[in-house]
Write a protein that binds this ligand. Structure first.
Ligand code: SF4
Ligand code: SF4
Length: 425
């Protein structure tokens, strides 16, 4: 990344040495994992460019937006509705939390046995290495798992613009009511932040923008049903990751361009991997940038990932919002309905998720499922067992993986994944 971004990073208060170290690791990993792949779609070059400018051009764009008075809202969860932010003329950015950073400092504030995702969000703040976090005018923390909701109590001492959103844990009438109250409270807070009142027109436009983005990702996902799979799981995951911080309209256009190329590939039976390659569905915890460890191991071991049952994947972006309402209230109800369907493991009971995994296995013609659980993540690790049992009943093999962000277990994981792929063959 060019020298001229240095002053921008300094103005944001980043620690330049730590930030350089992070970018170097990121660039190396990207090179080794993504650029070394064979037979990539040409249109992936857009995403290569986005990644090469991840802390550069996109941050410059956001700072330009801020100069015009637009506010930036950072979020850690797919329950934070982008439609509401956009309708109030704000930009919503997903905060990654996909790498270990400043672990010693983090463990002064959090117990060692906290999941890597939460530790990473603290590490990026304590290490002052995330320009997105530093650009945000509001950071939304949500009460999902116990780890997150308790950690935000400490996080509050690190940032002065944390907004806490409460979320239901049960899919009941009362649960929906709670979500409704929280989304209306969030709407008010965003309007206060931006000074912009959401109107029926602005909300409809916002719903359409986000729907278009989700529809493009769905289109991409469905193309992965084909054998040979026209795109690698790594590249598809990358598109799902960039979903969270790119400009929505540009992202939609770029994903649709990939889809057009992939449609031609499907017709010609060109694939990212040969036909009859073992097909894996990945299910479990979200994989934020630059957490590419497990998918890289799977695909370097000779299988292809054909879907992600994850918040950085289909759990997070399936289901569009009904845009037919005529008033703000009607469209808010539609937003609540759409988000209330998210089957995160924080919900109890959460049978919908198991049904969705089974459905995805069939749709994407997966030979087996790898359940990815972050160490110390109780909701997903607990749910992994009923998931495995339900899949066994359908004769779908399942491998349960529990890991973190370090590379220490890479050898052991490779051995287990290779054995699983061999079994599927
Ligand atoms: S897994 Fe749950 S807590 Fe995490 S981003 Fe998804 S919905 Fe939010
Ligand atoms: S990975 Fe699990 S423990 Fe960590 S933040 Fe997500 S739900 Fe919570």
């Amino acid at each position: 990344m060019g020298e001229d971004y240095k002053s921008m990073w300094m103005e944001l208060g980043l620690d330049l040495d730590g930030h350089d170290a992070l970018l170097n690791v990121l660039a190396q990993a990207y090179n080794d994992i993504f650029l070394s792949q064979k037979d990539r779609p040409e249109t992936m070059s857009y995403f290569d460019f986005v990644m090469s400018e991840v802390h550069g051009l996109r941050i410059r764009e956001l700072l330009e937006e801020k100069k015009t008075g637009r506010k930036i809202i950072g979020s850690y969860c797919v329950f934070v509705p982008e439609e509401i932010a956009l309708a109030a003329n704000a930009t919503l950015i997903g905060l990654c939390s996909g790498a270990d950073f400043a672990t010693d400092e983090v463990e002064k504030l959090l117990p060692r046995n906290t999941c890597a995702l939460i530790k990473s969000s603290f590490g990026f703040k304590l290490g002052k290495v995330c320009p997105y976090l530093e650009s945000a005018d509001m950071i939304v923390g949500e009460n999902t798992c116990d780890g997150k909701k308790k950690s935000y109590e400490s996080f509050k001492s690190l940032v002065d613009n944390l907004y806490i959103m409460d979320l239901p844990q049960v899919k009941s009438e009362q649960g929906r009511e709670l979500l409704k109250n929280e989304y209306f409270r969030f709407k008010k807070a965003v309007e206060e932040l931006t000074g912009v009142t959401i109107t029926a027109d602005s909300l409809k436009d916002a719903i359409r923008t986000v729907n278009a983005k989700r529809a493009a990702v769905h289109r991409l996902s469905l193309l992965r049903r084909h054998d040979p799979a026209p795109i690698s799981g790594l590249d598809a995951l990358l598109a799902n990751q960039i979903f969270f911080y790119d400009n929505p309209a540009r992202f939609t256009q770029s994903v649709n361009a990939i889809c057009e190329e992939l449609e031609k590939r499907v017709q010609k039976k060109d694939g990212a991997f040969p036909a009859k390659t073992v097909r894996i569905l990945l299910s479990g915890c979200p994989q934020a940038v630059p957490n590419w460890k497990l998918p890289a191991i799977v695909e370097q071991s000779g299988a292809v990932i054909v879907g992600e049952e994850s918040c950085v994947g289909e759990r997070g972006c399936r289901n569009l919002t009904d845009d037919s309402g005529n008033s703000v209230d009607e469209m808010m109800e539609a937003i609540i309905d759409r988000y209330f369907k998210i089957d995160c493991a924080i919900f109890t009971p959460n049978g919908e998720r198991i049904d969705h995994i089974k459905e995805m296995s069939k749709t994407y013609r997966a030979d087996g499922v790898i359940h990815y659980g972050l160490q110390f993540c109780q909701p997903y690790l607990m749910e992994a067992i009923p998931v495995e049992r339900a899949l066994e009943k359908e004769s779908i093999p399942c491998l349960r993986i529990e890991t973190d962000y370090s590379m220490e277990d890479a050898g052991q994981l490779t051995t287990r994944v290779e054995a699983f792929i061999e079994q599927l063959r």
